[in-house]
Structures are given as structure tokens and as C-alpha cells.
Ligand binder design. Sequence first.
Ligand code: GLN
Length: 240
Amino acid sequence: MSEQTMRIAALYPDLLNIYADRGNLLMLERRCAWRGIGFELTRSTIGDELDPDAHDLLYLGGGQDRDQQLCAVDLTTVKRDAVHAHAARGGAVLAVCGGYQLLGHHYALEPGVTLPGVGLLDLHTERGEGRLIGNVAIEVDGRTLAGFENHGGRTILAAGQEPLGRVLSGHGNTGVSGFEGARSGNVVGTYLHGPLLPKNAWFADELIASALGVRADELEPLDDRFEDAAHAGARRAAGV
Ligand code: GLN
């Protein structure tokens, strides 16, 4: 395990980083370091080419509509082929909120204004009345992810698209569908900020494992007392 390195490309870290979503990267970095797993972080923003074979995980955080607009154009032109090639060879992708919306087919912001999406997930997003805000907990494969959501977009999954989880408390993709997020193989999108990973260490390990091509139970166990307390606090906040 110690000879492995987790290679991450953070896409648009200067534009997509609300609610301290970069904390997700710190969490991955620390959990790799504690286990003696190497960690390489590349930042790739507007105009930067992306190497489709150079990364184990692509990461996108959340952002304001206007920042998403800049990223949407770049993601669907400059980086489009590389992102698809990365996913097609089994590379992992984690996208939060604004980043999640950009993984779908499009985000209809207002009449006449639609942002293109990169189409890794079979879904689209439409701006709704008011915002879906608050603490949220979802069930994923019998386990709980807890976090915080704040989005104006409602994300509608196509018939065959697997959600990430089922809403236990909070709004999720639309406020009424009962679904939260979406996943397809190693590509995961979610509305959960918090940041997501420091509040859900088990999910961070799932990502590390999927990026490295091992099972999560093959990773060296860590002393997770603080992480467990953070998780419990986030669940309490969501009333779960
Ligand atoms: N701007 C998007 C929306 O409001 C995403 C917001 C976010 O990333 N928190 O739906």
C-alpha cells in the first residue's frame, strides 16, 4: 500500500469552492499521508488542458451560478474529451453541488440561459423557485452521509440513472424525488457540502479505495475519534 500514490486533479479550484469544499481535498490528503500513501494534487482551471491518463480522481466543488457559467464552457470544450476518457477507463470523479450539476447534460438557469454540462451523468438541472437549504442526511448502501445543502437548481435524474442515495432528512436533488446525488461507476455527484468528506470519513475511504483500485477494507484503519464525532454532529444537525 505504501508504494501507492493518489493523484488528484482539482478542476476550477479558484471558481468552484464554496462552503470550504476544498476541505474535501485536505481530508483525502491527510488520510493518504497517515497511511503512507503518496498524494499528488494538480490544479486545472479555465484554459488548462487535462491529461486523461494522469489522475486517479477528478474533483469539482460547488459554486455560484456565474462562476459555474465560466466553468461550464471550459468543461464542455477544453476538457470534455479528457474528462470522458478519464471516466471511461474507470477513473474516479467526485463533484459537489455546482460541480455535480455540470456533470449532467445541462443546467437551465432561466428562460433563454442554459449552461451546457459534460454529460457524464444522465441527468439535468433546472432552476426552481427559492433555494433548497439546510442540513441533510442520506442513506447510501445502508450507511449514512450527512452534510449541508444550498442550491437553487433541481436535479432530475433520467429513468436509468442511479441516485447516490435516498434522502433521510433534507431536500436532496429536487426536494420531492426522495433521491440525492447520482453515481455511475466511479463517477459520483452530490449536493452535500460541509465539507462532505471530513464529516463522512467512511466515504473518503471509499473514494481513496476506488481511486487506487482496492477495497476500502484493505486500507489501513485509522484512529477516527474526531472524524466520528464530526459525523455524529452532522447527523444530529440533520436530525438523524
Ligand atoms: N449555483 C448552483 C445552485 O444554486 C450551485 C450552488 C452550490 O454549489 N452550492 O443551484
